[in-house]
Write a protein that binds this ligand. Sequence first.
Ligand code: UD1
Length: 419
Amino acid sequence: MQRLVIRGEKRLCGEIAVQGAKNSALALLAGCTLCSGEVRLKNCPALSDVFAACRILNRLGCKSRYKDHCAVIDARGMCECAVPEELMREMRSSIVFLGAVLGRKGECELSFPGGCELGPRPIDMHLSALRQMGARITEEYGVLCCECPTGLRGAKISLGFPSVGATENIMLAAVLAKGETVITNAAREPEITDLGDFLNCCGARVSGHGTSSIVISGVERLHGCEYEVMPDRIVAATYMAGAAITGGELELKNARAGDLEAVVPVFEQMGCRVYTYDDRIYINSKKPLRAVKTIRTMPYPGFPTDAQAVVMAALTKAKGTSVVVENIFCSRYRHVDELVRMGADIKTEGKVAVIEGVKKLYGARVRACELRGGAALVLAGLGAQGETEVENICYIDRGYENIEKHLRLAGADITRVMC
Ligand code: UD1
């Protein structure tokens, strides 16, 4: 067990290179199973979730190796179609392998992912879409058995909610299916655009990705390719919040402001100066932070739920009252009690959190309960007087590559220690 020890109130200053996007890399790694040729994924972040996805690929009979942010996957020898339970448990988002393995092998067996740190995570939309494409799915003792002996066929699928995971699973299942698949009310997140671009790079025929209507015309086979994973927009938002809460000044390299159009204005309302370029973002926070208008998390292009906790950390020190409404997940305020232990004034009721800005946060021993909430505690520690210890940082390591190294290079006093 490891923890992060932070001595706060040091301004973040300098340059941080933003890592590749975890959520995109995971979908792309699942997509590799569909390719009859070697795939080289560059800018692939060195994260525990990425390594878990590589272990799944190996277990399926693919060859995977990882070096210097490049994952090389060869799925030509893929011989298995079952993802063992212990690997499913390691990473809930491995559900994205369902559509890919089914598309490649015509069958797939994996354990039901169940709930997670963010509350119940149903997959009804994933399953109903795959059924519309001809899959027979049964569930026994928590194991999902999916098969389509005559292959998947294209279908018109209308999602009740633009689920990111369901959209990815349908895209992955559809690229090698017979005929055309049309997804309406599809998720529009940049990671979906990245997945569509990657699949096209491998010879797929996907169009409309990035809009709410995606059309996939099935092809016979996909080949290998070299592809660069998009930058992580949530990691970029996290470091922006770090600059805000410490009154700092950061230049984020490899950050696409176009993916953060709902987030940048929130920092501007807080009083930060933000300058955006195609591939980098500059932020400085010279004035005391101010409260912002109500933030409502929404599917893209709305404010991302994944940035809610880290932005909230900065708002704890913003003068006035800010309100956050969490519309995507029902259990996404688990960081609040820990922030309150550090002196924050936050009240929650259902979806709503009301944050009264305080003058000071105070270092405390706190515990990460999930990935983004854990990052929020690190930020609060950077902005707090005295010493903060963040425990349970395995959650943070799932999404942030070497967080302490990047923050230290920008002037933070933060160290990783064994418990
Ligand atoms: C993905 C991201 C996660 C992000 C989320 C929303 C990955 C690995 N994870 O998660 O970081 O917070 O998008 O942007 O990419 N739902 C159903 N039935 C379904 C599917 C989803 O009810 O079949 C509900 C979920 O419970 C949740 C909401 O829809 O309340 C959004 O979920 P979804 O967009 O599917 O998120 P994930 O793909 O799980």
